[in-house]
Design a protein around this ligand. Structure first.
Ligand code: SF4
Ligand code: SF4
Length: 403
């Protein structure tokens, strides 16, 4: 028998069912060597002058251009927003680890020799979530560790060759944190300016995840801080009840839609876990294709979830044996490389992204998430066009700073 059938403990099998995960015998753990960003360093089919210039632009080596949103100020703000994340991710590169991206964040503090007296797992979980919020996290969930989502290997960034992707023994729980991206910056995608929304959250999450992990270690429990490294965060965020998977390859959360980034901590602290939730957002997604229509390179699928056949067929950057919407990662990243910045048009146009501060927005959300069944969702799809905002021009974003 293959991996999923013979090795999955009952509690994970049950939460797969609750999350609607369909994992087949063809499942294989994903090698981080095949992540499209890693491939851009070793795979000649992905690597190009554009991808080299894309990475260089984060060091101001690419000349800013005239287009609105791509001026020196736009790049300056974007790159400044990444600074704290960069300081962490670069500090161990000479040892082959790009912390937070290709390798977990190294512990800056030891595990206290004596363990603090704990209350019940439920009380401790509630307290950990409150402390994570104190440090600045926006969303919190806790779930069991599940090695299926852990990379089968990771690159040694000195030579871009695969090496073991190990964690210390006994880390049984995963604390998943969501970090909301700035709504107005996201409205300016695609632009270098919008990339400041991404960088700001990576810098925030680096600080938050390290602080929370340090707190847990100070209590005498082990904790490994992790951003994009070590494991796929999307299945963990879904299992921890933070959202549902969307056609645009992002987790749709009730609070921020897909306008959120995730970090995680692996720990042996005994904590009560959360469960996946049916939020009605995936059901809406099944009948919506706004993001797929808006994608400039048609990298997103239009049909129902599949095993990667529609637009990702044959790509080694696609996770095998999990039924889900899969993108054409090569087409998507080639667009980023041409822009010299990240694209998230598919996040900007999603009707769940827009903040719902007015009564119309709140009524729309109730309909969209199934309060009145399929009929309500059909009405919500029509209303979504009325709620949709045009892209905010980057110049306008800068003008608003003057008040
Ligand atoms: S735009 Fe529509 S299809 Fe795409 S993720 Fe959002 S709700 Fe789903
Ligand atoms: S990030 Fe941009 S290019 Fe990639 S799938 Fe989304 S809209 Fe398409």
């Amino acid at each position: 028998m293959s991996y999923p059938a013979n090795r999955l403990p009952d509690h994970l099998r049950e939460s797969d069912r609750a999350a609607g995960f369909e994992v087949t015998e063809a499942f294989e753990r994903f090698s981080q060597m095949n992540d499209i960003f890693t491939r851009a360093f070793w795979d000649e089919r992905v690597k190009s002058e554009d991808t080299e210039a894309f990475f260089a632009s984060y060091r101001m080596e690419a000349a800013p251009r005239r287009g609105d949103g791509f001026t020196q100020k736009d790049f300056a703000l974007r790159n400044a927003s990444w600074l704290i994340s960069d300081l962490i991710s670069e500090r161990s590169c000479e040892e082959g680890v790009r912390e937070g991206f290709q390798g977990a964040i190294r512990a800056d503090t030891p595990v206290a020799p004596e363990q603090a007296e704990l209350q019940s797992p439920e009380e401790e979980a509630a307290q950990i979530k409150a402390i994570a919020k104190l440090f600045g996290a926006d969303l919190l969930g806790i779930t069991h560790r599940d090695d299926r989502w852990h990379y089968s290997d990771r690159p040694d960034v000195r030579v871009m060759e695969p090496i073991a992707n190990d964690l210390p023994e006994g880390l049984s729980h995963v604390i998943v944190m969501g970090h909301a991206m700035d709504a107005e910056l996201v409205e300016t995608y695609p632009s270098a300016l919008a990339g400041a929304a991404t960088g700001r959250e990576y810098s925030h999450e680096a600080a938050i995840v390290m602080q929370l992990a340090a707190y847990i270690r100070n209590l005498g429990y082990n904790a490994v801080a992790s951003m994009n490294d070590t494991a796929l965060v999307i299945p963990y965020a879904i299992k921890a009840g933070l959202g549902e998977y969307g056609r645009n390859q992002m987790v749709l959360t009730p609070e921020f839609g897909p306008r959120v980034r995730f970090s995680k901590i692996f720990t042996d602290m005994p904590l009560a876990v959360d469960g996946p939730r049916d939020l009605g957002m995936k059901a809406y997604c099944e009948e919506c294709d706004v993001c797929a229509v808006a994608c400039p390179v048609k990298a997103l699928p239009f049909g129902p979830p599949d095993f990667g056949q529609e637009v990702a067929a044959g790509s080694q950057s696609t996770l095998r044996g999990v039924k889900k919407w899969s993108s054409n990662a090569e087409a998507c990243f080639s667009y980023w490389a041409k822009l010299k910045s990240d694209c998230a048009i598919c996040m900007r146009v999603c009707p769940f992204t827009q903040p719902r501060t007015d009564s119309f927005g709140k009524r729309w959300y109730r309909l969209a998430t199934g309060a009145y069944g399929a009929r309500g969702r059909a009405v919500a799809r029509k209303w979504a066009a009325r709620r949709a905002k045009p892209r905010l021009r980057p110049q306008e974003w800068w003008a608003r700073l003057r008040g």
